[in-house]
Design a protein around this ligand. Structure first.
Ligand code: ADP
Ligand code: ASP
Ligand code: MG
Length: 447
């Protein structure tokens, strides 16, 4: 069996956390491929190494001295190495890097967070180190060249047998370091799992699995033990940030399941993500709720619009011209809306409305800003009619005004628009009406 185990920033933030990682890896001989993020927060208002390195770049860009900042970062690594009595000359190597920062690319500088963390972890686990620059191959457009990567990874497997690889970066064929998006260590792990034909991709983090709502909004939300890739994608895209939203693609295509596990509580069951989830009578109706604030909706109405072919396309062309990507298009008979990220149109919404008026000659165009979108996701919703009615009923009773409604095409989610200020309360209302209520009726799933 081949397992790829990826440990996130908080799982490698201190020597104490390194010890937990070693216990987890040693507990299962199948865990021979480890991916790590850069050391993250040690406590709530601590800084992630990645954020500190981004700050180094900002200093360099503005020609501000960053000697002390680099010293602080060095100290974080030195502390871990000292506490674990590692022999890798971390101070010396880090200072070598510090002395060169002025001549290094910003992406290279940020990638050293994971590089140094993986170096220390490799020694501590007594496993070989594999530089992601020698494994993960980026094309110039920023996508991963999966074939080339697989060749390099298989070659490393032959040579090394097992390894620790830093997440979050790779390199183009000419050797330039490239980063994934933030949180992209999750993608590195998925790419590696795919290239190794792993049986499972374990993603170790600081929560006991995927929760049915953001724990910062809902108190003690239920853990989702089984979830499908589609549901997961809806939830992570809408802000459930446990797993980077693009991390499922490499493994999904080849049917490798992902398991979310808690480094601080390794015995808890966690969450398993697969193409399909077992169905049974007692299955929950709503799998999870997630959302994001600060969207903006433009509503366009025109009598007999349904007869005018191409009107939606014409409207979208206006947004395209301004380089704005569209999130949702809720449609009615004689009206439709275009929902975008508020920040993307902040300085051009008047121009866009003007162009829409010219292009479509509509009866009205209205703009709703400070809109929060909430996605209520559940693979079982399509089989049980009346779910959306219950959602609206619960929100109505709580006096929350619904500004927009749309449903995903496979009917696995209902997306609601509410005012930004109602966001937390709306999530809690939907959670109480569905998830909390079901928990009373259902036998408790074992942890
Ligand atoms: P890591 O550093 O291990 O990659 P992240 O911070 O990227 O961890 O992701 C884990 C965090 O995601 C949790 O600590 C939690 O605060 C947050 N989170 C947001 N929504 C959810 C959710 N629905 N379920 C679980 N965690 C969530
Ligand atoms: N260290 C990177 C970040 O903070 C990548 C990751 O943690 O996955 O975004
Ligand atoms: Mg993460």
């Amino acid at each position: 069996m081949i397992k790829v185990a990826k440990f996130g920033g908080s799982s490698v933030a201190t020597a104490e956390q390194f010890k937990k990682v070693r216990n987890i890896v040693r507990a299962d001989p199948d865990r021979r491929f480890v991916v790590v993020s850069a050391a993250g927060k040690r406590f709530a208002d601590d800084n992630k190494i990645t954020d500190l390195l981004l700050l180094v770049n900002a200093h360099i860009a503005y020609h501000v001295d960053c000697t002390q900042l680099l010293k602080d970062i060095e100290q974080r690594f030195v502390q871990i190495a000292e506490d674990l009595e590692l022999t890798y000359p971390i101070a010396e190597k880090f200072e070598e890097f510090s002395s060169l920062v002025g001549s290094l690319s910003p992406e290279y500088i940020v990638s050293r967070g994971e590089w140094f963390t993986a170096r220390l972890m490799a020694e501590y686990l007594d496993m070989p180190f594999l530089d992601a620059a020698d494994a993960v191959v980026f094309r110039h457009d920023g996508s991963v060249d999966m074939e080339r990567t697989a060749t390099q990874v298989k070659d490393a497997l032959q040579r090394l047998g097992s390894f620790v690889m830093p997440g979050f970066y790779g390199s183009t064929v000419d050797g330039t370091i490239k980063l994934f998006k933030r949180g992209g260590g999750d993608i590195s792990g998925a790419v590696l799992a795919r290239c190794l034909d792993a049986h499972i991709y374990e993603n170790w983090t600081d929560v006991s699995g995927f929760l049915s709502a953001d724990p910062r909004i809902v108190d003690n939300p239920r853990t989702i033990h089984r979830i499908t890739f589609d549901e997961m994608r809806e939830l992570s895209y809408m802000g459930a940030t446990v797993l980077q939203e693009e991390a499922i693609f490499p493994v999904r295509e080849v049917g490798i399941p992902i398991q979310i596990k808690n480094t601080n509580n390794p015995d808890s069951q966690g969450t398993i993500i697969r193409e399909t989830a077992e169905d049974n009578e007692r299955e929950h109706l709503i799998t999870g709720i997630a959302g994001r604030k600060d969207f903006l909706a433009v509503h366009i109405s025109k009598a007999h619009m349904s007869n005018r072919i191409g009107i939606v396309r014409e409207a979208l062309a206006v947004f395209e011209r301004y380089g704005v990507s569209v999130e949702h298009i809720p449609t009615g008979v004689d009206s439709f809306g275009v929902v975008v990220n508020g920040a993307d149109v902040a300085d051009k919404i008047y121009l866009i409305v003007n162009d829409l008026q010219q292009a479509l000659d509509p009866d009205s165009v209205t703009v709703i800003d400070k809109l929060a979108l909430i996605s209520v996701v559940g693979r079982n919703m399509s089989r049980r009619p009346g779910t959306s009615g219950r959602v609206f009923g619960a929100l109505g009773e709580a006096g929350i005004n619904i500004r927009m409604i749309t449903q995903s095409s496979q009917e696995i989610s209902i997306i609601l628009g509410v005012n930004n200020e109602d966001f937390d309360r709306a999530i809690n209302v939907v959670y109480s009406a569905f998830v909390a209520e079901e928990m009373v009726d259902m036998p408790k799933e074992e942890e």
